[in-house]
Design a protein around this ligand. Structure first.
Ligand SMILES: *Cc1c(COP(=O)(O)O)cnc(C)c1O
Length: 396
């Protein structure tokens, strides 16, 4: 099948929940993808912040292949060596206490909401149940996490939504404070909002939230599904601030392309759950955990955090040069290799032209380019992407 046949059959047999571009990728290597017609693309989106080591990386491929040949899955009725290994790595790197594993970002956040409520109710009583999240946040598509998501467009048509969620304005500490009541149990945020348009939380905001949480006995949850696992140049995005959350949630880059989600919490919070309180059949199986161990070890052993910081600076410098030359480029922002370019121009048109030129990126709300290159990206690849953007901007 070529691209056209795949697209036609897809429209017939696959449920229509995505606005897909008419292309099907069939091969990947490093930062590049090839479609079914043999066209090559430079991928600066990494499968939506998932393929953090690029495509076909030997560290992940070998770990998964070796594991599949040994044992793929046994269930959480028994101990899983690879799960213990990745739990230890995540705990050591975060300074938190214990990990729980699931299969996606939404499930990780669902776990965090459940743990925060269970812990708070045990400690302070049944009234402590409200979770406060922020405008333009994104926390997932299950009923609870889509309710936690502070964007009504994702919630339309699905009510009644679960009760107990409130919203405050992002980067506005006063507004948050006015929303806290005696029933508030937790505050959940992304250090850098991803789907909301690459919006970093300010240090004053994050440090203010931590203080509010400590003063009022609230659980502090960082949704690091997109900005965690090295993306911002720190292993965890909260490490860009002088604070420590009670719970972090992870997925996307954690498995480098293999589906896995995780929640990591302090020992105190973790004690909120006992046997039977929460579970996932697939969660933390041997294969997914072997992939995650390979990803984390590769990031640490090869100083990829250094590359993320250096390449992020280099890339943003080049994008600032484009901004100086094209007045419709309004702002370049982000942390590490999580980059947003806000345009006063048709961002969807930019995306379309980039695809024609063989550069993959994403556009949010028709005007913010979301760029998430793999951690192994090189200066040459960044130059190639910037040259394509330059050619496309010249036409816009
Ligand atoms: C993608 C994302 C999610 C949802 O993850 P899924 O794996 O799609 O369920 C949750 N939170 C944030 C911040 C995300 O970027």
């Amino acid at each position: 099948m070529g691209n056209a046949e795949i697209v036609d059959a897809g429209n017939k047999y696959v449920m229509n929940t995505y606005l897909r571009l008419p292309v099907a990728f069939v091969k990947g290597e490093g930062s590049y993808l090839w479609d079914d017609d043999g066209k090559k693309y430079l991928d600066f989106l990494s499968g939506l912040a998932v393929n953090c080591l690029g495509y076909n990386h030997p560290a992940i491929v070998n770990a998964v292949c070796r594991q599949v040949q040994k044992v793929m899955h046994t269930s959480n009725l028994y101990w899983i060596k690879e799960q213990v290994e990745i739990a230890r790595l995540l705990v050591e790197q975060s300074g938190l206490g214990k990990a729980f594993f699931c299969n996606s970002g939404a499930e990780a956040n669902e776990s965090a909401i459940k743990l925060a409520r269970k812990y708070a109710k045990k400690k302070w009583g049944d009234h402590k149940h409200e979770i406060i999240t922020f405008s333009n946040s994104f926390h997932g598509r299950t009923l609870a996490t889509v309710t936690a998501t502070g964007q009504t467009k994702y919630q339309k048509g699905f009510d009644p939504l679960p009760a107990g969620f409130k919203y405050a304005e992002f980067n506005n500490l006063e507004d948050l404070e006015s929303k806290i009541t005696g029933n508030t149990c937790a505050i959940m945020l992304e250090a850098v909002q991803g789907e909301g348009g690459i919006n970093p939380a300010t240090p004053q905001f994050v440090e203010g939230i931590e203080k509010l949480c400590r003063d009022r006995g609230l659980v502090l949850i960082f949704d690091e599904v997109q900005c965690g696992m090295g993306r911002t140049g720190k292993m965890f995005a909260f490490q860009n601030y002088r604070i420590k959350p009670d719970i972090i949630t992870l997925a996307k880059s954690l498995g480098g392309g293999f589906p896995i989600g995780a929640m990591v919490a302090t020992d105190e919070l973790s004690a909120g759950f006992g046997p039977g309180d929460h579970a996932s059949t697939f969660g933390g199986n041997q294969t997914a955990c072997a992939a995650a161990v390979a990803v984390v070890k590769y990031i640490l052993d090869n100083n990829l955090l250094g590359n993320i910081i250096n390449m992020g600076e280099y890339f943003k410098g080049k994008l600032e040069e484009l901004k100086d030359r094209y007045p419709f480029v309004k702002e370049v922002r982000g942390l590490g290799l999580m980059v947003g370019v806000e345009l006063e121009a048709d961002g969807n048109k930019v995306l379309e032209e980039c695809m024609k030129e063989g550069l993959i990126l994403n556009c949010i709300g028709g005007k913010i380019l979301r760029i998430l290159p793999p951690y192994i990206v090189t200066e040459n690849e960044i130059d190639e992407a910037v040259q394509i953007l330059d050619r496309v901007f010249a036409k816009i």
